[in-house]
Design a protein. Structure first.
Length: 423
């Protein structure tokens, strides 16, 4: 900070920046600029001429507030950041070869990504080059979108996403909205960029993006509803093609993706006290098997194919045992259990829940594909006495009553990570 008093000071200044179109003149000092920027050092060394005249450095299309933050970092090695300033400084840091400043701004952006700024950050990431941190930010934004609920698409800033950003969004293989909901938000995006009189030409604006929508994964009823609502987005031949694919007519070609996007589970949600919906199991065994080396075993069966990354259990607040185990599958009741291709389970994140309990999340080493009609068995290493059966239904939220009895609320018709209750 020893140079802070010299920032913007005419005293000993030997260069002046002129910012156009504002015609703002800012005095500076070549030596200090050279210490911070490799480019300034090179330029001033190459053009070194002893002169009493102050050199003029012309700059165009740079916001004065942004340039002030830029000079503040050069003179003090500190900078106050906001998203707009951080993205602008990344460009200046690259231009003037200031790696430290670029790293500080990139880290700030990655750390401040949230639901309110996701689309602004995503838009910047699409425009940024990978070497400028664009690839890292873009991947983080896409992960955030993948694990967020559909509410983020209601934000006005979503409508400002570029066509390139929409293409990246539609290329996602997992997302937390249905395919029909995704189509609706894309139509909303198109309409925001189209004059009222041209909204019947949505297909023209949609272009090749239409073939990134997984129409064959919709039900015939839902698909028919959307075709009736938006008759201009598909040709008659494409409608016929998709209906045949939905009906699973054999040997019928289809130019649209047939596979569903995976709804990958999110174990924790920004510190909130609930589990994200992933799947709903039935038939958890209340009678527990005991083994010599492992503590508790229970069985479960799924109603539909899905992908699961772990389970959640409720334990006593003072529970401090390590829990590990394995998951295995029984193809039918006459066969034995097969576990050679299934991952083990390790204790993962935990979250305090009330005064007497905490939620413990057991995470598989890799995501497990759960198939209908097969039984799955999870064996845990722990000394807990009993697993409570939950009527074959699981919910998103658990809550303690005043008497500290465990109580389930908010039953869901869709699915959720099962909560196995330990008592």
């Amino acid at each position: 900070d020893r140079f802070q008093k010299l920032k913007g000071n005419d005293n000993h200044a030997d260069i002046v920046f002129i910012l156009h179109p504002h015609d703002l003149k800012i005095p500076a000092h070549k030596l200090i600029l050279s210490l911070a920027s490799t480019r300034f050092l090179r330029e001033f060394s190459e053009n070194h001429v002893k002169s009493t005249e102050i050199e003029v450095y012309q700059l165009t299309d740079i916001d004065p507030q942004l340039f002030d933050a830029f000079l503040t970092f050069i003179y003090t090695a500190h900078v106050e950041l906001c998203p707009e300033i951080a993205f602008g400084l990344i460009k200046l840091a690259k231009m003037y070869e200031m790696d430290e400043l670029r790293e500080i701004c990139t880290n700030y952006i990655l750390e401040t990504l949230n639901e309110c700024n996701i689309w602004t950050y995503f838009g910047h990431s699409v425009d940024m080059l990978d070497e400028d941190g664009g690839g890292l930010l873009r991947n983080k934004c896409l992960d955030f979108i993948t694990n967020s609920n559909g509410g983020i698409f209601n934000q006005p800033s979503f409508l400002g996403v570029s066509r390139g950003g929409i293409k990246l969004l539609l290329a996602l293989e997992s997302i937390r909205v249905t395919e029909s909901e995704l189509l609706e938000v894309i139509i909303k995006w198109i309409d925001s960029h189209t004059a009222d009189g041209q909204r019947q030409r949505r297909r023209e604006h949609l272009g090749d993006l239409v073939h990134l929508i997984h129409f064959p994964t919709m039900s015939s009823t839902e698909f028919s509803r959307l075709v009736h609502k938006y008759p201009d987005i598909l040709t008659d031949e494409e409608v016929r093609e998709i209906l045949l694919a939905i009906s699973e007519v054999p040997n019928t070609p289809c130019t649209f993706p047939r596979h569903p996007r995976m709804r990958l589970p999110r174990i924790l949600s920004n510190g909130s006290s609930h589990l994200r919906i992933v799947f709903q199991f039935n038939n958890i065994s209340e009678a527990l098997e005991k083994s010599q080396d492992l503590g508790i075993t229970f069985k479960m069966q799924s109603k539909e194919e899905t992908f699961v990354s772990g389970i959640g259990i409720l334990v006593d607040h003072h529970f401090d045992q390590s829990i590990h185990g394995k998951i295995c599958v029984q193809i039918n009741t006459d066969s034995g259990w097969k576990d050679d291709s299934f991952p083990s389970i390790e204790g993962g994140h935990q979250l305090n829940h009330g005064n007497k309990y905490k939620l413990l999340f057991l995470v598989f080493e890799e995501i497990v594909k759960i198939t209908p009609l097969m039984w799955y068995k999870i064996t845990l290493s722990t000394n807990c006495d009993k697993v409570l059966r939950v009527e074959g239904k699981f919910c998103e939220t658990v809550k303690m009553s005043e008497t500290e009895n465990v109580k389930f609320i908010r039953q869901h018709k869709s699915s959720s990570i099962p909560l196995i209750l330990f008592k």
